[in-house]
Design a protein around this ligand. Sequence first.
Ligand code: FAD
Ligand code: DHB
Length: 390
Amino acid sequence: MRTQVGIVGAGPAGLTLAQLLHREGIESVVLEDRSREYVEQRIRAGVLEQGTVDLLVAAGVGDRLRREGLVHHGIELQFDGERHRIPLSDLTGGRTIVIYGQTEVVKDLVRARLEADLPLLFEAADVTVSDLDSERPRISFTHASRAHELECDVIAGCDGFHGVCRPSIPAGVLREYSREYPFGWLGILAAVAPSNDELIYAHHERGFALLSLRSPELCRLYIQCRPDEDLAAWSDERIWAELQLRLGLKGWTLAEGPVLEKGVTGMRSFVVEPMRYGRLFLAGDAAHIVPPTGAKGLNLALHDVRVLAEALVSWYETGSSALLDAYSEASLQRVWRAEHFSWWMTQMLHRSDGGDDFGLKLQLSQLRYVTTSTAAATSLAENYVGLEQV
Ligand code: FAD
Ligand code: DHB
């Protein structure tokens, strides 16, 4: 088998790259180790920057997103028993965010790929990449019990943090930067109308909590927990009681409903540089991870593949590798901005175990500052909606 671009991973990065390349007449094969059902049901992010929405619309997969996505113009920060609105659109010349689950983005992309009858192989096992520093890198894998070899011009490693592409790069090539956080998020999806029109990021002495949503009938809620928190210790009653404590305000109660899904996510910051080795290009979570507090993971993944798709188009059209050679540096600029913003939001809103009162006072001062100074609020807002130029 032979293709132009071999794509490992059918998450948002791999599927969007395949779609962008298809629109430009470049062939690709997407290999995914999980089933279609699994990737379509895996609940993760929910906040899309305007640039992400624009990219999906331009790629021809934005119809349902435009119909069903919920446009938001602000978020709320809660601390010290009060809620303060950050008017995102007013502070950023009218830019907005759209609430639309990653599950829905993935479903739209999978459908577009399969309807166009283009190769997307689920349950591809034993995926390995080789000859990365040659002009004919290869991917070998097993599909439907048969072994296959795929010869490519380039390989896109879009296989997430635990994928095979990054570890296939020889030792000494990549430099890693990382930070672990001493907490995680316990997230639930609940069948209940959201009690607030906008997202609420709550700082509380018992730890952070977040109210988000997926639709007018579905809430997504998170509470700060230990990174290795035992889910079995969290009955639905206990989760709601903790959410009521952390999100509650005088005169306002959080509406409760059946819990449809729950899980714990660890939090880390991680970047590798460069995002390339020979003919292998890393994109999305395969190259970098942010803690979820800034809602940046999915948005960054899509920015990477936009830059990569443009570089590949230029390479095929002109023969010049200038944009491909610039891919890593161009992507990393935005990656580091998002890394900083996500770290900053995380340290401002989470309670550290055994956290000292000095740290707490700094958090409250920072929160008061971003909710009273237009300059500070604008900085938060422009990072949250996604900077146009980074
Ligand atoms: P992924 O979505 O991880 O896709 C990689 C794909 O590669 C997967 O489908 C995987 O099955 C496949 N794969 C892996 N190994 C192989 C292999 N060997 N062969 C073939 N295929 C392989 N971001 C937010 O902004 N907000 C959130 O609330 C949020 N919650 C998250 C919760 C969890 C549990 C996780 C893990 C991430 C969360 N994120 C969140 C981050 C966001 O979901 C990611 O940044 C986004 O999914 C990145 O997309 P991606 O395509 O790069 O990687
Ligand atoms: C959601 C996730 C986030 O990480 C965030 O900052 C806001 C919302 C969500 O899943 O809805």
